[in-house]
Design a binder for this molecule. Sequence first.
Ligand SMILES: [Zn+2]
Length: 436
Amino acid sequence: MLADAGRRYRLCPTLGQAERLTSWGHTCRWLYNTALEQRQFAWQQRKATLGVTAQCVFLTEARKDFDWVADLPAQSGQQVLRQLDQAYRNWWNPQHPAGAPTRRRRSVRLSVPFPGQAVQVWRLNRPWGAVSLPKVGVVRFRWSRPLGGVVRNAVVSFDGVAWHVGFGVHAGIKTPEAHARPGAVVGVDRGVKVALAMSDGRMWDRSFTSAGQERELARLKSKAGRQETARRKRGAKTSNRARKVGAEIARTEAKIRNRRRDFVMWVANRLCAQHAAVKLERLDVKAMTATAKGTVAEPGINVRQKAGLNRAILDKGWGLFEAALANRARTTGTRIVKVPAAFTSQRCSRCGNTHRNNRDSQAVFRCGFCGHQANADVNAAINVRDAAEAASPHTGRAVRDRNRKRPVDHPPSVATTGTGNGNLPPLAWRLTCRPD
Ligand SMILES: [Zn+2]
């Protein structure tokens, strides 16, 4: 019984509970980074791969040495190590787009994972539910939607705005054989000007920031930059004031992210409910938003413009949209079809004439052959709807391999239990990593 659906609720911890969860969040981040360093060390020094079981032994040692590690519930620590193991397995999986595991930065959201057995969930009354977490006790949350299944795991997180609890539940989702509206096909064109244009003429977009918010964010970021320069000059630690500014930036960015996610999921929900097939251009967002910086010997051109375009692409949440569609399609039976992206914006959807002069402007398409005039994005969406499915299936990983030199894969090998080999000292957690 694996978790096959996610549920996220707004958590309302008391001040004391929030303080403890914050401290645990930082411990989890430390543990993840330390365990990552240890795995890298073990591989570089002895060509051995540490698995979860071996690392759990080191975690037990570390719990004896430090009170603040021991304060974190043991199951949460083990869950963090399992997350790292999954990150490695994703990296080794050629079908998976993930790259090598990286360190968790202080600026990413805090999260504390729990296995399903460690938490209990019940409903208090109509608006409130309660979850019992190890060591912190009962915490209330807003019962904003039904749970709809058995809780398999839980994650408590803080995204800069609020605390949330997410449950992975086994809801027994079965993808229907056929969609409720067979034959309904829609093409979607993703753009920078308008986020999403549909082949039936609908256009969906919303802005995720207000002008005031953008100004505020720019002000805060320049302030953070000044503080960082001053800190470096003095060689001091990050000040409490700088921390506050950082938290304010995180808070504003989290708000923007929440709006984007809301929009993307709303659209995905609609498209999947109404159509048996959704056709999209096959885009490699990662490659498209690569920097134009170039190298010192061969500096790139139009670097600032490209950076602006990259920001615009990422701001629209194209990648998130694909993920939301795939997730939603599981419950509606919608087929997500990827088509080749080439020339969809230059081809006339009426006569098929393809020329780059077919665009009157960014927004208006006018065919130089038959004179067909339409909104450029809708014209492209119709082309996407009528295009045949792209033949060669490739993953993001394949494209990345082509575009970028990657380190040699770190293949699975026999797991070591820390007994050491040859003349090397035995592997101990303190030998391989330094607590920060
Ligand atoms: Zn034409």
